[in-house]
Design a protein around this ligand. Structure first.
Ligand code: ZN
Length: 415
């Protein structure tokens, strides 16, 4: 089915009124005026902008035995509503996605239940024999959780494998030897980055630091960028909240929230391109779990991420171009996807935003099973008004429609 989208397009040449035609799931043509073919969606009007489809490189869709927290369906419905066309799922599930048989089950589950497209990461396995070529066909990269895996026997093997197969190594970079009495200082993050960067320099794997949280971490990252190709993302909570907010157990997260100076440094890092991407680290848990004093870290983020970022745009802290670069163009480049631009030959994923929509964050309306947020009650301006995956609207007029997600590894090369 063909789809023609009209409106103000965010193109590599800047914002301009025009049309995009998607045929067979791919962008076929972009022009100022195209004869309407197939279904036509008209987004001309105040405040609406058509962006290349947003990609979230770091989410936890849970499912399997943790489906009481979230499952593929609810997690990707949250993505669709939040404006995300692609989400990359982390392997710390139960069972973990660190064997080939679990990986195959995970992919099949995604194909049955996902509403938007998905990518998968592979966890560091217990046995080196699991590191097979097939992983590269099904996964976007290897996830390393340094706080638990620093001394793991198979870590070195997994990193060599990633170098050989040219897989991205996405790292939660906190060095646990610097944790003190349950506190996780910014120096632990800087040390984790240093350790991984040294290994990357020797081992030749492509390193990506996820959810960068501190200015100390950012400084370490920038130092290594002179010697090494490495990239990083941060999350809205590190841009908007500080440790003061973490007194509420719902806002508990790892790495922890930092100070106002860290927040400012990270915003500058995005603007200056030192931090390539922004991710939600969508990490749903049950409310009962979150209320425990030593409850798990993380909270849902897919339905708040874009409104929070567009609010930062509204306030002049970020530009719209920064948001598109961090949430679409760079994730596509880092993950090797034919996406991230409104251009002929890219996959037909689009996110239409309404820059004027103003509302208060109300978690009771979330599609996610986790109906709470540290941002509850915050007034925001800007939200997705339509999410299009391979030419099919999966979120439109406030409703999530049933889409059929595929593994983004099946996209293949740009056409
Ligand atoms: Zn995470």
């Amino acid at each position: 089915m063909d789809l023609t989208v009209r409106g103000k397009l965010f193109t590599p040449q800047g914002l301009r009124e025009g049309c995009v035609r998607i045929a067979g799931g791919w962008i076929e043509e972009v022009g100022s005026e195209l004869p309407p073919e197939g279904e036509v969606l008209d987004f001309r009007g105040k405040g609406k902008v058509v962006l290349p489809g947003l990609i979230d490189m770091h989410v936890h869709l849970r499912d399997f035995r943790l489906s009481y927290k979230e499952d593929f369906r609810t997690g990707t419905r949250a993505a669709a509503k939040g404006g995300y066309t692609v989400v990359a799922d982390m392997p710390n599930t139960l069972p973990r996605v660190n064997t080939l048989s679990v990986l195959r089950r995970r992919e099949a589950l995604g194909r049955r239940r996902a509403v938007v497209d998905f990518g998968l990461y592979f966890g560091v396995p217990e046995r080196g024999e699991e590191l097979r070529k097939e992983i590269g066909k099904r996964c976007l990269g290897i996830k390393v959780y340094l706080p638990e895996e620093m001394g793991k026997e198979t870590l070195g093997e997994a990193l060599c494998f990633a170098a050989r197969e040219r897989l991205l190594v996405v790292v939660h970079a906190e060095d646990p030897s610097l944790f003190r009495n349950g506190r996780r200082p910014p120096q632990a993050e800087a040390a984790g980055i240093r350790r991984m960067a040294e290994w990357s320099l020797r081992g030749g794997f492509r390193l990506h630091i996820t959810h960068l949280s501190s200015s100390a971490g950012l400084e370490e990252l920038v130092r290594w960028k002179r010697k090494l190709v490495l990239s990083a993302d941060t999350c809205p909570h590190y841009l908007l909240l500080t440790s003061r907010h973490e007194r509420k157990p719902l806002a508990r997260v790892f790495p922890p929230l930092r100070g106002p100076g860290d927040r400012t440094a990270l915003l500058r890092g995005i603007r200056e391109g030192e931090i390539e991407a922004v991710t939600s680290d969508h990490a749903p848990h049950s409310l009962e779990e979150k209320r425990e004093p030593d409850g798990p870290g993380g909270f849902p983020g897919l339905e708040t991420e874009l409104p929070l970022l567009l609010t930062l745009v509204r306030k002049g802290r970020l530009g719209l171009a920064d948001v598109v670069r961090a949430c679409s163009l760079n994730p596509a480049l880092l993950l090797g996807l034919p996406a991230g631009r409104i251009e002929r030959g890219c996959i037909g994923n689009l996110t239409v935003v309404d820059l004027e929509k103003s509302f208060r964050i109300d978690p009771s309306e979330f599609e996610s099973k986790a109906k709470y947020s540290p941002f509850e009650g915050m007034r925001v301006t800007g939200a997705a008004s339509c999410t299009i995956v391979r030419g099919r609207p999966v979120f439109l007029e406030g409703r999530v429609e049933g889409g059929r997600g595929v593994n983004v590894k099946s996209y293949g090369e740009a056409r």
